[in-house]
Design a binder for this molecule. Structure first.
Ligand SMILES: NC(=O)c1ccc[n+]([C@@H]2O[C@H](COP(=O)([O-])OP(=O)(O)OC[C@H]3O[C@@H](n4cnc5c(N)ncnc54)[C@H](O)[C@@H]3O)[C@@H](O)[C@H]2O)c1
Ligand SMILES: [Zn+2]
Length: 291
């Protein structure tokens, strides 16, 4: 496509106008928008795996513009009403949270699970919150940035490990009597951490790959996967998560707002992007306010 392109796919707002056939939403309602609209008729859509629909129209994925604009026209079936007491800032954070919930669900995290999360960026932290909400009781979070690890601690990680200061794999295995954990979530998107997953997973455990590494082919020890009879799962966005994610935030089970560190006005959008790129160790999550 040619010309300017609008970014943004995590958003919520207030209904300004509704189409003639819309019954369940009214002007003034607050809604979170799920950014992928799918065909509804293919095998994947019909079996509920709509995140795998090849005809998806996803916000800010060319040729479809994103949501960084004052108004957006959007199909009602992908607008999710926010309950009383839940604000549009929390509504916008439903999108990344849905990735974390989908990851925990894909893995099958349950009451008493032990978990390692490699990477404590926003995706790692929402995965932590989702694992906790699903009942995990032993959660180790690894990163190389201390501020992010502090947030992981604040959000209830059992232990955090700074991989810039130690051999993180050795440290984790020491702390867990040589055994890994039931679940290992890779959310750093680095070849280094992806290669650590077969070492860190417990026998019979599950690895969930969430991070996206730019390098397509990376070395990976499959002999460990075989010997441990480990399962590898992957995550592509999410499906059928928005209603439960919204309810979990509204009920206070997932304090998604706690990881917002910076807020910018819409007029300063370009500055916001530059700031986040230049201050990676400081920013956990920044939001843009459109009033
Ligand atoms: N699968 C999906 O559908 C999906 C959806 C959204 C994002 N993602 C991917 O998830 C990943 C994380 O996204 P994000 O927004 O949290 O990014 P981010 O860059 O904020 O977080 C990545 C974190 O990994 C840490 N890290 C880097 N090297 C490390 C190492 N060796 N050991 C431990 N930690 C290390 C970084 O310090 C950083 O905090 C990205 O690759 C992104 O593309 C995937
Ligand atoms: Zn489809």
């Amino acid at each position: 496509m040619n010309g300017d392109f609008i970014l943004g796919h995590e958003c919520a707002g207030v209904v300004e106008k509704t189409g003639a056939k819309v019954k369940d939403l009214n002007v003034g309602n607050r809604v979170a928008l799920e950014p992928g609209c799918t065909c509804g008729v293919c095998e994947f859509c019909k079996t509920g795996h709509y995140n795998l629909c090849k005809d998806v129209e996803f916000l800010a994925t060319p040729p479809y513009h994103g949501c960084l604009e004052q108004y957006i026209a959007y199909p009602v079936n992908m607008c999710f009403k926010l309950p009383d007491g839940m604000n549009t800032r929390e509504g916008a954070l439903v999108e990344p949270l849905a990735v974390g919930i989908h990851a925990a669900r894909q893995g099958g995290v349950t009451l008493g699970s032990s978990v390692i999360i490699l990477g404590a960026g926003y995706i790692g932290l929402v995965t932590l919150m989702a694992c906790k909400a699903f009942g995990a009781t032993d959660i180790t979070v690894v990163d190389v940035l201390s501020k992010r690890l502090k947030y992981a601690e604040k959000l209830g990680a059992t232990r955090v490990i700074d991989a810039s200061r130690c051999d993180s794999v050795k440290e984790i295995l020491n702390k867990r009597d040589g055994e890994g954990t039931d679940f290992v979530f890779e959310t750093a998107g680095s070849a280094v951490t992806i290669a650590q997953t077969p070492i860190l997973v417990k026998r019979g455990g599950t690895i969930v790959l969430v991070g996206m590494e730019a390098q397509n082919v990376i070395p990976y020890d499959f002999s460990k996967i075989m010997a441990k009879e480990a399962t590898i799962k992957s995550v592509f966005r999410y499906r059928n998560i928005y209603p439960q994610a919204i309810q979990a935030i509204a009920d206070g089970k997932i304090p998604v707002q706690e990881i917002v560190t910076h807020e910018f006005d819409f007029a300063k959008t370009a500055e916001a992007f530059d700031f986040v790129i230049d201050h990676k160790s400081e920013v956990i999550k920044a939001v843009i306010k459109i009033s």
